[in-house]
Design a protein around this ligand. Structure first.
Ligand SMILES: Nc1nc2c(ncn2[C@@H]2O[C@H](COP(=O)(O)OP(=O)(O)O)[C@@H](O)[C@H]2O)c(=O)[nH]1
Ligand SMILES: Nc1ncnc2c1ncn2[C@@H]1O[C@H](COP(=O)(O)OP(=O)(O)O)[C@@H](O)[C@H]1O
Length: 381
């Protein structure tokens, strides 16, 4: 048999706010917002029952925009499902992670109370793609082709770097060009999914960069080095890892020179590093696919085969259409791995009531990034 999980909704009349409280072990998680204030974010507080003290946790992940209230239900001691009332379809289902592996890792790193938001996605979506390979092998060229052919499917994770911009590179499009001290501080503050020193400069993928792509309903492409790929492998972001190899070192040398974006010294450094990168890429279990970029068009076709892309991927994403709006009046309960959303419990009493069943048995991903794998069905009674 399933279990009913305790849940409380508390209205705070003074501030026109609302708050739900969820008890997990020795802690009480308060999720609160205020009505009518646009773009108000939702606040989290944690009560330590043993000390009786309220703590303000460090909150990771893109936060939901407060709507007309919410309800919440504890799923599995790791996360709380938050349903935002009458919010837009892509803003209605959220997970507040309180003890997932990501939260545990951050809590240990920072030595303080940590929670993380992750937006819920109906269906599986598609895994992010990590593309690595030596400088000049053609990663950027392949990614540009993919984004041009499938503009509504793919989104690029814009990394931060301390290297200087090249002639045609635009800040915020190709990279976020940044000061070293600022980037080091942000890494310290755990704003990065991964970061690495590459060819003498600092590069990194911010959690925000990855979330911006998934929030646009697109499949994220990360162009990162082998160290970065290793860190992402160890993170909760489930991705497909592809390493692009040159047909030969001579050809790599030619391409780097032909690109004409580096000084001789930088070219030499990149070629030296290429040998080490090719060696590291052989680490068992790191890359799922090795692609040789000899003739560009045939390499591109092979990349598309790996990603199982066809004509349907050219159509706009259907992800959001499958989501739904949580009505203002509803109540929720949980039986086994199914969350039942009973709608029309107040003013719609006269009309037939609808129940939505949200199956949470096969969740994937999570902070940093979306939680995929929710399935939704409807019962009219
Ligand atoms: N770890 C990590 N590597 C990155 C990131 N962004 C770019 N890189 C890698 O840094 C290296 C240098 O990139 P870049 O300066 O653009 O030169 P290019 O590879 O010659 O085009 C490449 O191997 C990129 O894949 C990042 O966010 N994290
Ligand atoms: N298959 C290929 N054959 C010949 N030149 C290529 C091929 N792929 C890419 N290039 C060229 O090689 C240079 C380096 O490619 P780029 O995409 O910038 O590499 P990366 O992003 O891996 O550093 C560019 O001038 C690009 O036009």
């Amino acid at each position: 048999m399933g279990e009913e999980v305790p849940e409380f909704v508390v209205h705070n009349s003074e501030s026109k706010g609302y708050e739900t409280l969820t008890i997990i072990g020795d802690k009480v998680y308060s999720v609160g917002g205020s009505e009518g204030l646009p773009n108000m974010s939702i606040n989290i507080k944690v009560l330590d029952k043993q000390t009786g003290k309220w703590l303000e946790p460090i909150v990771f992940g893109a936060k939901p925009v407060a709507s007309k209230g919410h309800s919440s239900i504890l799923l599995d001691n790791e996360r709380v499902l938050i349903l935002l009332r009458e919010s837009s379809t892509d803003n209605s289902l959220w997970f507040l992670e309180v003890d997932t592996p990501f939260v545990k890792q951050k809590r240990k790193q920072l030595g303080t109370e940590v929670v993380a938001w992750s937006k819920g996605l109906i269906g599986y979506g598609s895994k992010p793609i990590v593309i690595s390979g030596p400088s000049g092998v053609g990663k950027g060229t392949l990614i540009a082709k993919l984004m041009k052919e499938f503009p509504s499917t793919f989104g690029f994770s814009v990394s931060h770097t301390t290297r200087a911009p090249r002639d045609k590179e635009m800040n915020g499009v190709h990279y976020h060009f940044t000061e070293r001290s600022k980037m080091e501080k942000d890494i310290q503050d755990s704003k990065f999914l991964e970061s690495a020193l590459v060819h003498g400069n600092l590069y990194g993928t911010s959690i925000e960069a990855v979330e911006a792509v998934s929030d646009a309903g697109k499949r994220c492409i990360l162009d990162i080095d082998v160290q970065g790929a290793r860190s992402v492998r160890a993170s909760p972001l489930e991705a497909i890892f592809i390493f692009v190899c040159p047909p030969s070192f001579e050809e790599l040398d030619l391409r780097l020179r032909a690109r004409g974006t580096e000084t001789e010294e930088q070219i030499q450094k990149r070629l030296r590093n290429a040998r080490a990168e090719l060696e590291q890429a052989k680490s068992p279990g790191l890359f799922d696919h090795m692609l040789v970029n000899d003739e560009l068009e045939s390499c591109y076709q092979n990349l598309k085969k790996i990603l199982v892309l066809d004509e349907n991927d050219k159509a706009p994403s259907q992800l959001y259409m499958k989501s739904f709006i949580v009505p203002f009046s509803h109540s929720i309960s949980k039986v086994d791995q199914k969350v039942i959303i009973h709608c029309g419990t107040n003013e719609l009493r006269a009309s037939p009531s609808t129940k939505f069943i949200l199956d949470v048995s096969s969740l994937k991903g999570g902070a940093p990034g979306r939680t995929r794998g929710l399935t939704l069905s409807t019962i009219n009674s």
